[in-house]
Design a protein around this ligand. Structure first.
Ligand SMILES: Cc1ncc(COP(=O)(O)O)c(C=O)c1O
Length: 362
């Protein structure tokens, strides 16, 4: 007789995992919005240095990393939540805020983990369609906020569509949201955004709205996806306390903590990566447009394009795969006949553009 699992496990969507991690070095991994640059040698060294002491548990105060982030962003350490990737904080927020009878509101398509929050908690998910340019429709989202709403998720720039909305619009949106409703502004890709300006810009909103949380990660621009470090800058301390309360005490391993602290010391390298990624993104957008396809105006380290009616998405994805290029099919992310493609190295981007033109030419 099979094991009987909780009802909520049957409700939970299975996260669309990317394949290809075992395919070898000649594959262009453009499916998971990772950073194509290896971590800096100083960061690798900092992580390696602590490995000799891992007979001890990691420091559960996370003080050095909390302090480094507090210094960088001018937020008190007590208002900084950390996590085993920002996903960890997201899921903890779902656990801390949601329950049967509560509602969570977010745009769709957005980050694939969001549906998990309602499924895991028994809350109701309200998914609000994006507008015609595949951007968040903040007006429609605000309209869906009711007395039952506990949490609103805004993905800015949005994964998978790469689009961002300006902070003036977010400010106007926040004015419409009651103070007891938590709003998570998921800024996993904010460093790559020209629309948002610099990474300090949204901090002004935190001063105005204690119910706001800026969710960020070391997985993208800092190139530490494999170590799993995320953080949240919180408008008020109670959010940090609640997400810590629902998790195990040692959610961030020692190597991850050391690497993240070191990574913050190298902002010049981060800037250089951003510049190179934006240049690559513009090249890719141009190449896709030259093929006559619609491509969103990207503010992230990936692009989002629509395929013509005349081709099958699965055929394009497998055609690219046959040519050694892994991309994400829109169908797995909430919109069919689309592709999400991560900006890679110059060579990978050129390879993608060439392969796409071949595949579309049939
Ligand atoms: C919008 C968004 N938020 C959060 C995450 C989670 O990132 P991590 O858990 O690696 O910090 C991702 C990862 O792809 C993402 O796209």
């Amino acid at each position: 007789m099979p094991i009987e699992f909780a009802e909520r496990v049957r409700r939970m969507p299975v996260y669309p995992l990317a394949a290809g991690y075992d395919l070898g070095a000649d594959i262009a991994m453009l499916a998971s919005n990772e950073c194509c640059f290896a971590p800096l040698p100083e960061v690798v060294e900092a992580a390696s240095r602590v490995l000799g002491g891992v007979n001890r548990y990691p420091d559960p105060s996370y003080e050095p990393l909390r302090r480094a982030l507090a210094d960088r962003y001018g937020i008190p350490p007590q208002r900084i939540a950390l996590g085993n990737g920002s996903c960890d904080i997201l899921l903890a927020a779902g656990e801390a805020l949601l329950e049967p009878g509560a509602e969570v509101v977010y745009a769709w398509p957005a980050f694939s983990v969001y549906p998990h929050l309602a499924a895991a908690s028994g809350a109701r998910a309200i998914q609000v369609p994006l507008d015609d340019e595949d951007r968040h429709d903040l007006d429609a989202i605000a309209t869906e906020v009711t007395v039952a709403t506990r949490l609103v998720l805004i993905c800015n720039p949005n994964n998978p569509t790469s689009t961002a909305i300006g902070l003036d619009e977010i400010d106007a949106f926040m004015r419409r949201i009651p103070g007891h409703v938590a709003v998570i502004l998921d800024e996993a890709y904010c460093e790559f955004s020209l629309t948002l300006g610099d990474t300090y810009a949204s901090l002004d909103l935190l001063r105005k709205y204690p119910n706001l949380v800026l969710l960020r990660t070391f997985s993208k621009v800092y190139g530490l996806a494999g170590l799993r470090v995320g953080y949240a800058l919180c408008g008020a301390e109670d959010f940090r306390i609640a997400v810590d309360q629902v998790r195990q005490p040692f959610y961030l391993n020692a190597a991850a903590q050391a690497a993240a602290v070191e990574a913050l010391r190298h902002q010049d390298a981060v800037e250089k990566r951003v510049t190179e990624t934006i240049a690559g993104r513009l090249e890719m957008e141009g190449a896709v447009r030259a093929l006559g396809l619609w491509v969103a105006r990207s503010d992230a380290n990936f692009i989002w394009l629509h395929l013509p009616e005349t081709v099958e998405e699965a055929d394009v994805v497998s055609g690219l795969r046959d040519r050694g290029i892994l991309v994400r099919a829109g169908a797995a992310l909430g919109r069919e006949r689309s592709l999400r493609v991560t900006v890679g190295t110059d060579a990978e981007n050129e390879r993608f553009a060439h392969a796409l033109s071949e595949v579309l030419a049939g």
